[in-house]
Ligand binder design. Structure first.
Ligand SMILES: CC(C)(COP(=O)(O)OP(=O)(O)OC[C@H]1O[C@@H](n2cnc3c(N)ncnc32)[C@H](O)[C@@H]1OP(=O)(O)O)[C@@H](O)C(=O)NCCC(=O)NCCS
Length: 333
């Protein structure tokens, strides 16, 4: 059974923002025991962007949203909701949505943060489309932003090399019949929680001098467990979604997977029997920016004219939780 909405809703503009500082694999080899060859061959990553100290999620998120508003040709005051997805908010509260609301001047909006790690953008997109289809709100700005450089342990080479900072944004509203969100399948499974998490800093284990000394405010990851699960769920879920809608790989104009590891992405593309040229890849330049990978990849793909109005696009993600999802849409503009 597919999960079609009661009204056509989709993306009508995109934006992005990355910090200027480029950190190459060679740069990392000067601060940890690693090298360009290992990182490229195991992950597909060549470089990433990292912020300077004092830059938070809102500082990248607000310009990304502003770019999307400008590309759509509307003012921030025309937004009804600002929905921010992140695991690295400026502060646990107030929400980063409140900070971004103030920065862009969205004076008629409400908003909130949503945490689903690397699947955050997909869950936010489905939530936003459902709210607009229900009729209570007209226009939603989604911001997917993560500042992973602030929560990685630079002494843990197996994890530190994987992540970058960035923000992507989209505007969601009613679109023409037959376009926008077609179907989705999203899941969470808490039994995967211990394989990718931040041990301290929440209510279960509040911050103390001891938790900081033990580096428990950083990402802890069992890489090979995450890898195995990501390959299986991203590939199977994407294929299932295509099959139940009667689509084959050659009908897909663009596959935009979460950019975690090129080997995970290739496995999903193979399961979709997809020509490699139809997969959006930018992990080489930006690494894994967590919830920002898909909205920034969509922005760049549209700028590069890799999809146009009416084209079939598939999105797929997997992340901490575990969380995962796939989404099918027809590009709406
Ligand atoms: C992290 C990851 C790249 C590791 O790749 P892998 O092929 O599983 O590598 P292993 O963990 O088996 O490590 C192999 C060796 O490389 C070493 N190694 C780890 N990181 C290294 C680095 N940055 N540079 C050089 N060597 C490294 C390990 O210490 C290990 O050495 P050993 O065999 O002497 O013990 C891979 O597991 C992965 O991508 N997992 C998914 C992570 C992810 O995407 N997370 C986000 C999900 S949204």
């Amino acid at each position: 059974m597919n999960r079609r909405l009661s009204a056509p809703v989709g993306i009508t503009a995109t934006g992005q923002c990355f910090p200027p500082r480029v950190v190459t694999n060679d740069d990392l080899s000067k601060i940890m025991e690693t090298n360009d060859e290992w990182i490229r061959s195991r992950t597909g990553i060549g470089q990433r962007r990292w912020v300077e100290p004092g830059v938070g999620a809102s500082h990248l998120g607000a310009p990304a949203l502003q770019m999307a508003l400008d590309n759509r040709g509307i003012k921030a005051s025309e937004l009804d909701i600002i929905l921010v997805t992140t695991v690295t908010p400026d502060t646990l509260f107030p929400s980063t949505a409140c900070r971004i609301q103030q920065m862009v001047g969205a004076d008629k909006a409400f908003g909130f943060d949503l945490n689903a790690a690397c699947s955050g953008f997909l869950f936010a997109f489905t939530t936003a489309c459902s709210l607009v289809a229900a009729g209570g709100v007209k226009r939603i700005g989604i911001v997917g932003v993560d500042i992973m450089s602030t929560i990685i342990n630079k002494e843990d080479r197996a994890t530190a090399v994987l992540f970058g900072d960035g923000a992507g944004a989209v505007i969601v509203e009613r679109v023409e019949e037959g376009l926008g969100l077609l179907d989705f399948e999203h899941r969470i499974d808490g039994s995967g929680g211990a394989f990718l998490y931040m041990p301290a800093g929440g209510s279960l284990k509040p911050a103390t001098a001891e938790t900081v000394a033990a580096k428990e405010h950083y990402v802890h990851q069992a890489g090979s467990e995450v890898f195995k699960n990501a390959v299986r769920e991203m590939a199977d879920n994407s294929r299932m979604l295509m099959d139940r809608n009667g689509f084959t790989g050659d009908q897909l104009k663009l596959f935009v997977p979460h950019q975690a590891n090129i080997r995970i992405m290739d496995a999903a593309a193979k399961r979709l029997e997809l020509d490699p040229s139809r997969m959006m890849v930018n992990i080489d330049k930006y690494a894994n920016t967590t919830t920002a990978t898909i909205p920034t990849a969509l922005h760049q793909a549209f700028e590069q004219k890799r999809m146009a109005k009416g084209d079939l696009v598939a999105l797929a993600a997997f992340g901490a939780g575990f969380t995962w999802g796939a989404t099918l849409l027809r590009w709406a503009y």
